[in-house]
Design a protein around this ligand. Structure first.
Ligand SMILES: [Zn+2]
Length: 100
């Protein structure tokens, strides 16, 4: 954990770097550090998105859900739209969100 002071400082830093990127400074040849620093600051604040979703877990949960649920329009068998997806589709084209 980081202190509130450090957090406030990082937030200020983030705004400053964001402004610089808004001006396009990170596209300059000597401005690469800005983007790197921006990411580092985001990470320090815990704002970077989690690296990877648990696809195997989602697929397993979806396999269970599609075996329990049938299409509400035609009663057909649902199929997960693609690996890692929380949605399933029926042959008739109906789509369902099966996991939250
Ligand atoms: Zn259907």
């Amino acid at each position: 954990m980081i202190s509130d002071d450090a957090k406030a400082h990082l937030h200020k830093q983030l705004v400053k770097l964001g402004d610089m990127m808004g001006d396009g400074l990170h596209h300059e040849s000597d401005g690469k550090w800005i983007k790197a620093e921006y990411r580092r600051t985001l990470k320090a604040l815990g704002l970077l998105p989690k690296a990877k979703r648990n696809i195997a877990g989602i697929d397993a949960a979806m396999a269970k859900r599609v075996s329990e649920v049938n299409c509400q329009k035609c009663g057909g068998q649902l199929k997960q739209t693609r690996s890692g997806s929380k949605r399933a589709q029926c042959q008739c084209g109906a789509k369902y969100q099966l996991l939250k």
